[in-house]
Design a protein around this ligand. Structure first.
Ligand code: ADP
Ligand code: ZN
Length: 217
């Protein structure tokens, strides 16, 4: 199955689209942000090490995230990966290329989700997710039907991320422009890049991604 990268600034909607691809195509979502948050909750040494870095909105070291991805790739020989929030630096991109090559896998598409900064700030500062099923909500744009009760699984455990504050978000955006946005040129030069308008409705963005991927298997 195809392997793809969802590339874009924080709040571009990568997680939302990844979730649809998992449901619609049976792909495997690999979100380094989720993996790091899990490590944090599990109380492991690595989790404690990264917590402060993440709360400030800075990038965790390449060594840590490459290690996490490598761990997840083993045992999934069949492919069908959605890389969500990884790679975020040129070193990570090179490492991913090498890992996929070792597995006999290819990178089939890199989807750049374009969203302007003002929209990102509005999206992120009102964002919360269901701790039960991962559904994403927003105070203004998409609140739960009943306050703090998930529409999809009835969980009342709504979670707001520690780094969804204005200060941390400013740092996350700077990190994105400095370290991650060069990947747009990197993958464009490889002929792998497709850009979609991340400001369009969720279903419209999904259709654009589907088109880039070809028919569902
Ligand atoms: P967002 O894309 O909304 O910023 P993520 O959940 O992808 O959120 O990432 C949250 C935080 O986790 C980042 O700000 C960073 O600290 C860390 N992180 C996630 N993925 C990576 C990565 N590939 N390299 C370095 N740090 C990462
Ligand atoms: Zn839920």
């Amino acid at each position: 199955m195809a392997n793809i990268i969802l590339l874009g600034p924080p709040g571009a909607g990568k997680g939302t689209q990844a979730k649809r691809l998992v449901e619609g195509r049976g792909m495997v979502q690999l979100s380094t942000g989720d993996m790091l948050r899990e490590a944090k909750t599990s109380g492991s040494e690595m989790g404690r090490k990264v917590a402060a870095v993440m709360a400030r909105g800075e990038l965790v070291t390449d060594e840590i995230v490459i290690g996490l991805i490598q761990e997840k790739l083993t045992g999934h020989a069949g492919g069908g990966f959605i890389f969500d929030g990884f790679p975020r630096t040129l070193a990570q991109a090179d490492a991913l290329g090498a890992l996929l090559a070792e597995m006999g896998q290819s990178l089939d598409a890199v989807i750049e989700m374009k969203v302007d900064d003002a929209a990102l700030v509005a999206r992120i500062t009102g964002r919360y997710t269901c701790g039960g099923c991962g559904a994403v909500y927003h105070d203004q744009a998409r609140p739960t039907k009943v306050t703090d009760v998930c529409d999809e699984c009835d969980s009342t455990n709504m979670v707001r991320r520690a780094d969804d504050t204005e200060d941390a978000l400013r740092t996350r955006l700077l990190e994105y422009y400095k370290k991650t946005s060069p990947l747009i040129g990197y993958y464009h030069a490889k002929g792998a890049l497709t850009s979609v308008d991340g400001l369009a409705e969720v279903a419209v963005v999904a259709a654009a991604i589907s088109k880039a991927l070809g028919a569902a298997p």
